[in-house]
Design a protein around this ligand. Structure first.
Ligand code: FES
Length: 142
């Protein structure tokens, strides 16, 4: 029995088989590699800089991941916060303080400290978040 005979036997035409083949597809499946990987929205949280898991932020060039955001401290001491997921295929970016870039280890995309694409294959910027420091408490917010 060939494909046409099989489909006919179960009551489907080739056209209906094509329609049903995409029933499980979602929009994001079809967006390709340039989607934004759904960066966090409505962000507003604080980071206790005296807590051990956040110790990296006490050093210029250090960074942590929290709430799907990478929070870094630049070599000049400024706090930076951008979405953690690379906009290419979602790999967690790292922070290269000497180059002043967020870098994706998967395919090599690079993003400026403000999240803008510096080098592909990513074509969409990392979402950037605001930061403000009050004593030893760092607020990260949209
Ligand atoms: S996942 Fe491909 S460059 Fe980041």
């Amino acid at each position: 029995m060939d494909r046409k005979e099989f489909l006919s036997a179960i009551g489907l035409t080739a056209a209906s088989a094509v329609v049903f083949s995409c029933v499980g597809c979602s929009k994001s499946d079809n967006e390709g590699p340039s989607n934004s990987n759904n960066p966090p929205t409505g962000v507003d949280f604080t980071i206790d800089l005296t807590a051990a898991p956040n110790a990296a932020l006490n050093n210029n060039g250090g960074f942590i991941y929290t709430n799907r955001i990478i929070v870094a401290k630049s070599m000049s001491g400024a706090f930076l916060a951008v979405a953690q997921a690379c906009t290419h295929e979602g790999t967690s970016v790292t922070y290269n303080s000497n180059a002043r870039l967020f870098v994706c280890p998967n395919h090599g995309a690079q993003f400026a400290e403000n999240g803008a694409v510096n080098l592909g294959p990513a074509t969409v910027a990392l979402r950037r978040y605001n930061t403000s420091l009050n004593g030893t408490t760092l607020r990260v917010f949209s």
